[in-house]
Design a protein around this ligand. Structure first.
Ligand code: SF4
Ligand code: SF4
Length: 106
C-alpha cells in the first residue's frame, strides 16, 4: 500500500486552487475533469476545492480517516495541484507534522 493511502495530510492542510479549465468539460480537464459541484469559484481564473479553505481544512473529496486509511474519491480526475504534490514535495512532512504524523525519510 502507498504511504499516502495511510496519510491524507496534504488533503487536509492546504488550499487547493486551480484553473477552471480543469473542471468537467474544460479544455484542460484530466479525464472527465473535476466535478463542478465540488468546487467554489474564487476569481474568473481560479476555482477552489470545497473544504480546503475550511478551518480546519479538509478537501470534500477525501474519504476515510486521516493517518489511518484515506482515499481520494476523484483520484482519476483530480486537478493539477494534487498531481504535483507527492511524498517528494517539500511541504509533505510539514502537512504530516500538522496532523501529528511522523516525518517520512527523505
Ligand atoms: S502529506 Fe505526503 S505522505 Fe501524506 S498524503 Fe500527502 S504526499 Fe502523501
Ligand atoms: S482532490 Fe483528492 S488529492 Fe486533491 S486534495 Fe482532494 S482528496 Fe486530496
Amino acid at each position: 500500500m502507498n504511504v499516502c493511502q495511510t496519510c491524507g495530510a496534504c488533503c487536509a492542510s492546504f488550499r487547493v486552487d486551480f484553473h477552471p479549465a480543469e473542471l468537467a468539460g474544460g479544455a484542460f480537464a484530466w479525464g472527465q475533469g473535476v466535478p463542478v459541484d465540488l468546487t467554489v469559484p474564487v476569481t474568473p481564473a481560479v476555482v477552489r476545492l470545497c473544504g480546503t479553505d475550511a478551518s480546519p481544512p479538509r478537501c470534500v473529496a477525501l474519504a476515510g480517516e486521516l493517518g489511518v486509511a484515506v482515499q481520494c474519491t476523484i483520484y482519476d480526475v483530480r486537478p493539477s495541484p494534487c498531481r504535483e504534490f507527492d511524498t517528494e514535495h517539500a511541504a509533505c512532512n510539514q502537512a504530516r507534522k500538522r496532523q501529528g504524523l511522523p516525518p517520512l525519510p527523505k
